[in-house]
Write a protein that binds this ligand. Structure first.
Ligand SMILES: Nc1ncnc2c1ncn2[C@@H]1O[C@H](COP(=O)(O)OP(=O)(O)OP(=O)(O)O)[C@@H](O)[C@H]1O
Length: 319
């Protein structure tokens, strides 16, 4: 292998390892002379481990082949590699939701997605570092797309998978979810910049990217490379008669609405009191409960193979 030659490490969620379209796509790329190392996962954690070994394996790019959970694991593995050696990330979407790939406009079928990954230019995007505490234990996780907290996290983690599939991507609307789930609010104190706010929230979304939960666009103005998180706060409501107004605001995402607040921040912390319930959080596909969590943008920390003109890059803004 010469210095200029690319070598791709494909990390495939084991449940998709037999996918015929993916197998054909890999074979076609290898026949065309593109070196591809393939690793298939057995269980949770494997994708991060494989990604962390990318440099030792001689890979110049790492392609996550799976859903948002696989992409998230690969991001966490890549963040273990020093910045100056960290290989770029590509995505071949094979999950049930594929929120990241869909929102950035990547092809959704294996053959064109892999062809895109080997031909696209890698562009740097922000990565979000989340530090979360539960039962006195602290965990650090990274994500590139979105974390949802409160009700949003509950619906994405608790709604039976079959129901999610039945309702399907975009049709899995917040309205439907609200009807299907008895709403519940979460209390805590939010700090960002020099702001502090005590809140009782139905939903919190911390978006580097724009959507989660299979097509829920919760951070419609988010950019992946602006050094900022788009923050959506949805306050609790007390009667269903308030629902139309709340849903109306969710079409507009006002800076300071009656129910909805939307702003950007480079860092944000949520703390709860001992008698407050811990917050359920879903971080790019994985759900847990935390008493305290804090997010911080790590600017331009990871290069990603993204479509040219991707709307989520501020580098592509028209002035
Ligand atoms: N060999 C395997 N068989 C079944 N599950 C696996 C295997 N390897 C890893 N996993 C699990 O798959 C999860 C990731 O799934 P992935 O995100 O790829 O698909 P998904 O849940 O369909 O995606 P989406 O978030 O887009 O709906 C990991 O958290 C891991 O626990």
């Amino acid at each position: 292998m010469t210095d200029s030659q690319q070598c791709y490490l494909l990390i495939i969620n084991g449940k998709s390892a037999g996918n015929p379209a993916l197998r054909e796509a890999v074979e076609a790329q290898r026949k065309a002379g593109t070196p591809m190392i393939v690793r298939a996962t057995w269980e949770g954690g494997d994708a991060a481990e494989f990604a962390a070994q990318a440099v030792e394996l001689g890979a110049t790019s790492v392609i996550a082949c799976g859903g948002d959970g696989t992409v998230n694991e690969v991001v966490n593995g890549l963040m273990r590699i020093p910045h100056d050696q960290r290989p770029p990330l590509g995505v071949v979407p094979l999950g049930s939701a594929n929120d990241f790939a869909t929102s950035v406009g990547l092809p959704l079928e294996p053959e064109p997605a892999l062809a895109a990954a080997v031909s696209l230019t890698a562009v740097p995007i922000d990565v979000v570092r989340m530090t979360a505490e539960a039962d006195g234990e602290q965990a650090v996780r990274y994500y590139v797309n979105m974390t949802t907290g409160g009700f949003g996290a509950e619906i994405t983690s608790s709604t039976p998978k079959t129901l999610k599939r039945m309702l399907g991507g975009g049709a899995y609307s917040l309205m439907g979810a609200l009807k299907a789930w008895r709403h519940r609010s979460y209390r805590g104190t939010l700090h960002w910049g020099d702001h502090e706010q005590a809140a009782s929230l139905l939903l919190l979304a911390l978006g580097n990217g724009r959507q989660s939960g299979g097509g829920q666009v919760l951070a419609p103005r988010a950019k992946l490379d602006d050094g900022r998180l788009d923050v959506l706060l949805v306050k609790d409501f007390h009667s269903v008669t308030e629902l139309p107004a709340l849903l109306g605001e969710l079409q507009q995402f006002p800076a300071e609405g009656r129910y909805v607040r939307y702003f950007t921040a480079s860092q944000l912390t949520v703390t709860t009191q001992p008698d407050d319930e811990p917050w359920p959080l879903t971080l790019d596909g994985e759900a847990k409960r935390y008493e305290r969590f804090s997010v911080e943008v790590v600017p331009l920390a990871l290069k990603v193979l993204l479509p040219e003109g991707c709307a989520l890059l501020s580098a592509n803004d028209r002035h």
